[in-house]
Design a protein around this ligand. Structure first.
Ligand SMILES: [Zn+2]
Ligand SMILES: [Zn+2]
Length: 452
């Protein structure tokens, strides 16, 4: 049962490495280990660098920040040059191949189904459907509905504000209390550990719409949405995943603790806690609590996240860069707490808002981060300047930018030039990636800097 009928089955042989890509032993875990969300393509060993003794902060991050301060003249280089450099960085030096050697990126994509995950997804959806039936037939207590909505919000923000904007993209900094809260919330979502989630997401940004993208949207809606979790990864996903710098996360004991004890932690927070509270404290029937607060809540959370990988990579405008697939999709923004402004996000992945349009407009996650910045738990919120946005719109946008007239008069770049300056695929994974154009780094604003 190919998840994506458009993809040819090449009969690639299965290796021991591929078999072991599901790192966790709990049955439900397998779903995530082929992560539930935008992540987990491979086994730990596939990506592990073995460098868990990295220094306090990522050397790469330090290098970039030092460069920003010590080489102002370089920052004056045009964004065009920088963008071209970025493209070069994205495809070298590891990507250079010797004569006669087949580039791993060119190996045809195959569909090699992982049946265990297929069965687990079927199980999840059957129980979720029953939970939905119970809701529509008035068999769920209103207290359970409120409790489930709370847990859903908690898990969703754990992904959007935690794994995504904080750890994967480093778009802001957080103090320990907020980190602890975000780790808890991210565990509730059961979308794989923060370390795995972030690694896969960085690969996704750097190699979007190529064979190294875990949920390559060019393989169709179903593959990008959930099909990729039901078949073995393309070898390029593993290969490029190994090259992603994860030293910053590996230097965080909290992240490595969550990774080490992920299975018991996720069982307690994502399944036992939601069910037990509804059953024991709210007086809900046990089966109803299980199907509604646990299974349906989890299933809904997964689909909301998956929409970012599928719908927001296929449908919508491209006001910032028409050469890439990610698009502005309001529907996805609503379901995914502000993650649907995906064209902007792939162009400026280090912006904590992941969007330009008003901080809170269909962007609950930005409001959440701003709240914690207001009470002092979040700081150094990165965002890009209006000028930077307009420059980019002018150079590579599709003309759909919100200020249509201004956009039209400012458009001086020809289509061919615009596309040549756009990202052929992917881009920087976030703040700290050396492929961020220096000019862009310089113009990035730091909101709520740390005072003391
Ligand atoms: Zn994306
Ligand atoms: Zn992202």
């Amino acid at each position: 049962m190919p998840p994506d009928g458009s993809t040819a089955i090449m009969g690639r042989s299965q290796t021991a490495t591929e078999d072991s890509r599901i790192p966790h032993s709990h049955p439900d875990d397998t779903m995530d280990s082929e992560p539930a969300i935008p992540s987990t393509p491979t086994s730990e060993s596939d990506f592990e660098k073995g460098d868990t003794s990295a220094s306090q902060s990522s050397p790469q991050l330090s290098r970039v920040e030092a460069k920003m301060q010590s080489q102002p003249e370089k920052l004056l280089k045009s964004s065009a040059d920088s963008t071209m450099t970025q493209r070069k960085v994205a495809s070298s030096p590891q990507d250079e191949k010797k004569e006669g050697e087949v580039d791993i990126m060119d190996i045809p994509a195959t569909v090699d189904i992982v049946w265990r995950n297929v069965f687990l997804f079927v199980y999840l959806h059957v129980f979720s459907a029953y939970g939905l039936y119970l809701l529509f037939t008035g068999q769920v207590l209103w207290q359970t509905v409120i409790w489930t909505a709370l847990i859903h919000t908690c898990g969703a923000l754990g992904i959007t504000a935690g794994a995504h904007r904080y750890w994967a993209h480093k778009s802001y900094k957080a103090k320990l209390p907020l980190k602890l809260l975000l780790v808890f919330m991210q565990t509730v979502s059961f979308q794989n550990s923060i370390h795995e989630w972030s690694r896969d997401h960085r690969v996704h940004h750097k190699y979007s719409e190529t064979n190294a993208d875990p949920h390559n949207a060019k393989r169709g809606f179903f593959f990008a949405h959930m099909g990729w979790l039901m078949c073995r990864k393309h070898p390029a996903v593993k290969e490029k995943g190994k090259q992603i710098d994860m030293s910053d996360l590996e230097a965080e004991p909290l992240i490595m603790f969550q990774k080490k004890y992920y299975t018991p932690l996720v069982l307690m927070t994502s399944f036992v806690m939601p069910t037990f509270v509804a059953w024991f404290f709210l007086g809900e029937k046990f089966l109803t609590a299980w199907c509604f607060a646990s299974q349906l809540r989890y299933c809904f959370n997964l689909h909301c996240t998956w929409l970012v990988n599928s719908a927001a990579h296929l449908w919508g405008d491209h006001p910032y860069d028409k050469a890439i697939n990610p698009a502005e999709n309001k529907g996805v923004a609503i379901f995914a707490f502000g993650e649907g402004w995906h064209n902007y996000h792939h162009v400026f992945p280090w912006d904590y808002k992941t969007a330009e349009l008003g901080r809170y407009r269909y962007n609950f996650t930005a409001a959440f981060i701003d709240f914690f910045a207001w009470i002092g738990w979040a700081y150094d919120l990165k965002t890009v300047s209006d000028k930077m946005v307009r420059d980019r719109v002018r150079r590579t946008g599709d003309g759909s930018w919100r200020h249509e007239k201004e956009s039209a008069t400012l458009t001086e770049v020809t289509d061919s030039l615009a596309s040549s300056m756009g990202m052929s695929h992917g881009g920087p994974w976030g703040w700290g990636d050396e492929s961020i154009p220096l000019a862009d780094s310089q113009m990035t604003q730091n909101l709520y800097p740390l005072i003391d």
